[in-house]
Design a protein. Sequence first.
Lengths: 148, 1342
Amino acid sequence: MSNEINCIALIGKQNNPLYLKNFSNTHPDLKYHYIAHTSIDVIEERVASGPKNLDLYLGLLYAMEDLAVYGYMTNTRVKFVVVVSVTEGIIRDAEMKAIFKKIHSAYLSQICNPFYNLNIQRSIDSKAFIRAIEAIGVNANAKATMDI
Amino acid sequence: MDLATNITSSCRVRVLLVPVPPIKTSTFWKHVELVKKFSVVRLGDVTPDLQKGAGAMFSSQVFQEGQMHFQFTTTYTRDHAHLEDFQPHRRIFGVIGVMDCQEWKDKDLSEGYKHFVDTLHKYPTAIATRCFAFDPTETQPDDTKGLIMIPNVGNMSFYMSTMICDFASEILSQFSILANRIENLPSLESPLPRSYYITQQFEATNNNGVMPQPSVSTPGTPYNNHRQSQPPKPTQSSSSSLLKRASTPVGNIKPPPLNHHPQTPPLPQQQSTFSPKLPRTPMSPPLPSPQPTMTRSTSTHGQGESGKTKRRTPGRVKKLLADLYLLAGRLPDAVNHYSQAIELTKTTSDYLWLGSALEGLTCATLLLEYLHADVGHIVSRTQSAPGDIPGETPSSPTSEVPPSSLLGGPRSTLSEVMQRYASLIQYYSKVSTTSTVPMPSLIYAETAIKMSRFLLTVYANGGWSDKVLNLLIQGRLNGESSTDTVTGPQRFMSVDDIIKHKESGIPRHDIAEWVTKVWTARLDDLSLVDQINIMTHMSSVLNAIGYHRKSAWLMYESVNRMLPLLIQSRATLASSRDQTKKDHSKNDDGILQVLKRICEVYGLGERNVHDGGALGALQGQDDGSNKQRDVEDGVRGAVAKEQLRFGWPKLQIDILRQCIAIAEALPDYGAVLYYTTVLLKNLYQYISKDEQIRLATSIQRIVAMGKRVGQVESNVNYWGVNIVSNIEALLPIPRKAVYQHPIADSVAAAATTPAANGDPFIYNPFTQKRNEKPQVILVKDETCEFKVTLSNPFGFDLELQNVALSTTDVPFNAVPATATIPANGTLNLRLTGTPEETGTLTVRGCIIKIVGFAEQEFLIDYSQKMKEATKDSRGRYTKEEQPKNELIKLKRSGLNALQTSRKRETSDELKPIQFYELNVIDDQPLLKIKSTSLLHDAVMLYEGEMTHISIELENIGNIPVDFTSLSFVDSTTANPLPVNPELPMEEQYEIELYTKGMHVFSWEGSKDQMAQFVGKNIQLPPGGQWKIIVNVYGKRGCTGGTIQIDYGYLNRKEQSSSTSFYTRQLYLPVLVTVYQNLEPLNWDILYLRHSAPVPKNEIDSALQRISAIDLNKGNAFDQPIEDLLLITRHFDDENNRNDYCLVTLDVRNTWTVPFDVEFVIDNSDLENTDKKLTSVVTIQPGSTKRVTVPVKRLFLDVEECLKPVPSLEPNKQFVVSQGPKIPPEQERARLQMFWYRESLLKRIQATWRCCSTGRHGILNLRPSLRLTPMQLSILKKEDIEFIVEMKGNVKKATHRRFECKCNDFVTMEVSIHNRHGSYYYAKRKYSLHHFKHCNSRISILT
């Protein structure tokens, strides 16, 4: 698999940006901000029209140019968006699920911090969390390059 | 330029409507609308081709039910010229000139016609032309050949339809010519995609500046060409590019070597070789556009490709013929040809053409289905517009028509179409695998949009139905005339809508998927205009299915792409008039609307942001902004919008920057201003300091430019963040402060207000505390000060050129000030002003002019402040409530919230705003202390001394003073020692006596010396002076005090009705130093018993001597103790009791000068009243002297002794004693002790005098006196007294001394005197020690 994670974004339950990390060096952050923002549309629709016991993993939200946007929503309506650049090959859902699971656990440990205000509108600036997210992205990308 | 975005757009014959000048724009559009009504022509009505009849290839008579659909456009570009050969429906087949005869009244119409013909060369693809002359007058001859007069009388629509049918007929006949040529073509190439033009385009823009199209080389656009060009015959100009294509290889062979590289390098060369050629070859206008295509295609396909192309040609030809049949409305033929084409292309794997054929087939089947439903509809068009065809459909006898086999079922058609498109898009994506010519991305994108629009139509109309089919044919989304209800900019899709649409059975993400398929085409290869076009279509579709964010993003992207065009067009505005310019001037508002919509989706809607009235000012330009409305805007900006903030700041910043850029390009300075202010005001937290400064300066620049252009008014209020955070009236200096008193009782009553309001507690911690803050009362014509707190949330300093209070209700002369608020800081400013009338002054806020900006009023809502203040005062409840308030309760999130909040806001009006109100009262007098008798405001006293201070007052006000009152506070009473209720009552009494009973100050003028608050009516005219004398008493421990003078002018004529009056106060602080000069100590009371009687004359002389002692005589040092003692030995004959005791005390002089101390003992009792003894003693510095004074022993009644200890505190809180209960006897003893001490102190009074300085005062004995029970027993007369009296031959010497002869019987009478109130049951026991032989008679006296 030669797909690289370009961006990991966390969106709060009020659709407020919680955190966004850009792993690519070709696009500016802003582009991923837009992608994450537009993906809310799709997530909302999936959730509205989907079955009651929807899986947390929402699968491919949409593809744009050479980017594929994957979504995941926790039970508290916090959304994770991962943007993957599709150069070649297919992306297996299992891999994406694993990545999302990692992000989810990073987020869980973040909100387990008693000093973190869940309802705060500002973005997460915890160093541990940022490190965890960066590790997820870097690991996944490293694995992708190793596979080649 | 128009894109084929409808699934049925491939059946439309494009006809261009051109104005023939001179014609008014409005007239032109009126006629265009008229012509557009006849966009559908039934084949049966079309004039049959007379020459060939039914045998003609595109004869209208073969399939009479068929319809021709015209698409009348008014714009013409050759952007997609390269695709015209591939998809004939892109081509302009006909040109209709619109002429207004009214403009040609005096001139020859033929001239106009000639003019029209002259312009025809611009439209080389047109195969049929007409010129309609509307509204001819009677006089104008209808003789010009080719010119069709449309009279405005009679059955005009019938006439028009005839003309259109005629026109259609001509087109049909031309079709056959076209078809012939196509059939004869040796080979047909695929269209070259845009990427081939890209490099060329850059070249072109370099050369030409504006036009992004390669078709600079087409003759249509360069205006300078057309004069040179000779008018080609219109009919001949129908020679299509297809023909050219066939001929060009012959006429214009390019050297093949140039074209070996298919991609880039040769192309600019070609272009450059062609473009200079153009002006020189005006005869070849129709040619050049296909030329580059041609040459290149030959080159690219080259030798290798040509064979393949040849093989594929038959299929392609079939497809083109089918296209033509479709255009001609000959649907069966079209279907037939399409199926042939599909088969042929499939075998040659010519996927591009295959896909296109499939598209055409889909269109044809849809049309067929439509026609079958509509087959009974004889008159396809009457006077009515095609718009009401759906309305007529039910009237048509559909029931008579047996359900045709083609109309298999609603679902099947739908699924069939979907399936077909799904497969054809697959074919399209495979194009590149089988052909060297890549897939034209435009076609791909169009296909995706077509399908998404098709699905959307079904979706929006609740599933597949005839109605949907009708709409599809018309290429509209919705049944209603205005598609705006779905795609309009102001509407957000609600949940209800989504549910309503759900029954259509088409999931939204299917539609979205088709839309996103557009992205798989390389949009960047397309021309900007096409990109914008496609994106707007995508955006509208997404919007209609409720993907607002995506839609907004696409809008943002498309606007982004418009930006360079806008800038270009503005840049070349002066030099060239090009078409983009025309569009923009028309669509300026449109772009702004789009921006508004984008902003709304991103949480920057007009209702959600602070705009500081910039928007209001923008709108105000239209209707002349009135002041009142501005004010309301300000209020809204300040108050109402607080809660509605949401959004994604990073995106918002980007969006706003883009908005600013767009608005600058337009240029619309108002919008620039608006977006700049919105950016600065709402997102300053996220913007760096530098950019903040840049934005702030750019605001000034924008206004300056806007003013020059006239778009922005000079008095725009655009600084919206409320920088005034608080306004508070300052208490004036104490000398000028005004105090309000109720008029009911006098000032004295007001002083002792702690009223008995039924509360048993004097201090109740649970009672509601009154607002203790003194109310600020302003005085007319006197300057008052306000504390204004300004805050600057921005990252740069705000320089305020002018700050003044904004007030209403009472004329107020505000004094402006200047200030600079530091970045991210607050500033406290003192603003002054003078109220000029009495009444209520309302402080609205501040009027602030920031340097370089317009003056603006910032309002302060006092009600919110009050709320906060009360919340704070509630103490610990606040802490619990605070987090609750901070919690945000969400009922809706995202765009739904936006929608609901919008509803809410429209429903309720502006919040009422409460301003800061102040009372302004009438003039008040003003006094000043002119002089006092004090030096440095200090007075030195010995303890117990009394001096006088004289204070001179002067009235420096404008009105007289008629009332004054003095009140005094000293350091001992101002903060008295707290009385411990656990202390014994006696000690409490002592403490109270000290704090309350002794006053440092008293007013000489008052009757009661001790009163601490005295009022007086005086008359002091302006300028008058008045002297007050105040007594000062040297009280131990006093360090200072204040003399307070309240004064006012009460007897106003006009003030009779008011319930209160006002006074001012003057304070005179006095420093008091009290020195303790004499110290009494060591009290003792001794028992006196004398045996020897003293002759009366001695006592008298002693009394005389005592009274003779005078301090002035200097004989005071020899204290005549002996005399005093002598007096005590004085007996009465009658009441000869020895009732003196000796009181001694030491007095120490702790000062440095000798003092004479005079004791006055009041020994008066019931019997003799004038017995006063004085004892004078001089005490040298540092020495102690014992003073001995005889005091008559006391006896107090039992009742008197049992009186409770008095208290000087009038309202003292009763506290139940916590300590152990004291036994009653002990209690009685204590009370007795207290009262005896009191009466002893009453009897002895001491004064001191300093001979050298002449000062005198009282020596306070009280603190030093402590009585012991022993001393008390001496002081007190015994309860029971025995009085012995001898009778008979007895000589009484003195008291209890008798003389009698020996051995003589005398009668001794012992009387017992009981002073006590109760009976004593004493045992009678007689003991006669001394008198052994005597008869005793005891009489008991009760």
